[in-house]
Design a protein around this ligand. Structure first.
Ligand SMILES: NC(=O)c1ccc[n+]([C@@H]2O[C@H](COP(=O)([O-])OP(=O)(O)OC[C@H]3O[C@@H](n4cnc5c(N)ncnc54)[C@H](O)[C@@H]3O)[C@@H](O)[C@H]2O)c1
Length: 317
């Protein structure tokens, strides 16, 4: 049981989209949660329902600064994740991954805590191999406008594995693919939240390129479940392991599905592709299936229905 193995868990980035779902799930399992966040892209509204719960505590802190707390395990999720946010201050984005990882790994080393890094499919860059297995080394432009995030996350993985080899730190690395669900920010430029907000407002839906580029979207509950399974996995299993939905969907079909769920009259409009935007992204999840007995259980349509319901309530408020 999670709360027996790890009675106190620190979640960095706990006020963000995935982090807030993770905090909620950990508390439901009886774990004492310390949410560490500087609210750079997270929001108090994501965790407001947890404030006052005796198992929950928030620390406003920037993980590029050292952190001195006691904990049994750490989920390191702190990092702006949408291109609009991570490109706003690219130097800080690299620092969150590099300095932040050094601080979190230092904390794990001092306390003996197990530490899990929320890495990303962006470490594969614009991949030449489909679907992407963990053994694929990637195709990242180190000087492009996405590099602060992609190379930052790659360096974070390097640091995790070097702490593991050099100091014996207990590490886990999850490569998360596109995730969606309630608590995404309505204005963060991510495709699912963008399309839903545009459809709910009856505005034109903006597609980049001709809309034939594909992504694979996993519902947030499935990703949280995968992260917890990874944290609980045998000491010998470090990852990196892909967590994502292997079903590919084109941006055009995604937009049409959202328009259909919302019952919106929005039309689709087409804009140029952003620089270094990958054409395809799809996880090979064989390793997660075998090592974690994990695979997504929520269909994209079901997840979109739940997310549309959330945004329609939030926008109305
Ligand atoms: N959402 C996805 O599709 C996706 C895909 C791959 C990887 N990830 C990774 O998962 C993690 C969470 O992503 P998310 O979608 O929830 O993003 P998010 O932006 O909603 O959450 C990130 C959280 O980290 C906090 N944060 C940022 N910089 C910080 C700092 N210096 N110190 C303390 N807190 C800081 C933010 O305030 C926010 O609450 C990120 O590390 C991201 O790279 C997400």
């Amino acid at each position: 049981m999670l709360s027996k193995t790890y009675p106190r868990i620190c979640v960095t980035g706990g006020a963000g989209f995935i982090g807030s779902h993770l905090c909620r799930r950990l508390i439901a399992e009886g774990v004492e949660v310390l949410c560490v966040d500087n609210y750079y892209t997270g929001a108090r509204s994501n965790i407001v329902d947890l404030i006052g719960n005796p198992l929950f505590e928030v620390l406003r802190h920037d993980i590029t600064m050292p952190l001195f707390i006691e904990t049994d395990a750490i989920f390191n999720l702190a990092c702006p994740a949408s291109p609009i946010h991570y490109q706003y201050d690219p130097v800080q984005t690299t620092r969150v991954s590099v300095d932040g990882s050094i601080n979190v790994l230092g904390l794990a080393r001092r306390t003996g805590a197990r530490v899990l890094q929320a890495s990303t499919s962006e470490v594969y860059g614009d991949p030449a191999v489909h679907p992407q297995p963990e053994t694929y080394l990637g195709n990242v432009n180190p000087i492009g406008i996405r590099a602060c995030y992609d190379e930052g996350k790659r360096c974070a993985e390097t640091l995790f594995f070097d702490y593991h080899r050099q100091y014996g730190t207990s590490i886990k690395v999850a490569r998360i693919f596109n995730t969606f669900g309630p608590h995404m920010q309505p204005n963060d430029g991510r495709v699912v939240s963008n399309f839903i907000v545009q459809a709910l407002r009856g505005e034109p839906i903006t597609l980049h390129g001709d809309g034939s580029q594909t992504r694979s979207f996993a519902y947030v509950d499935d990703i949280v479940d995968g992260l917890i399974r990874l944290m609980l996995s045998d000491e010998g299993f470090t990852g990196p392991v892909n967590l994502g939905n292997p079903t590919e969907i084109s941006m055009r079909i995604l937009a049409e599905t959202i328009v259909d769920i919302v019952g919106s009259s929005s039309e689709l409009v087409f804009r140029p592709l952003p620089q270094d935007d990958p054409r395809r992204r799809c996880p090979d999840i064989a390793l997660a299936e075998q090592a974690l007995q994990w695979k997504p259980t929520v269909t994209v349509r079901d997840g979109l229905e739940r997310t549309v319901a959330y945004f329609s309530k939030t926008l109305a408020a």
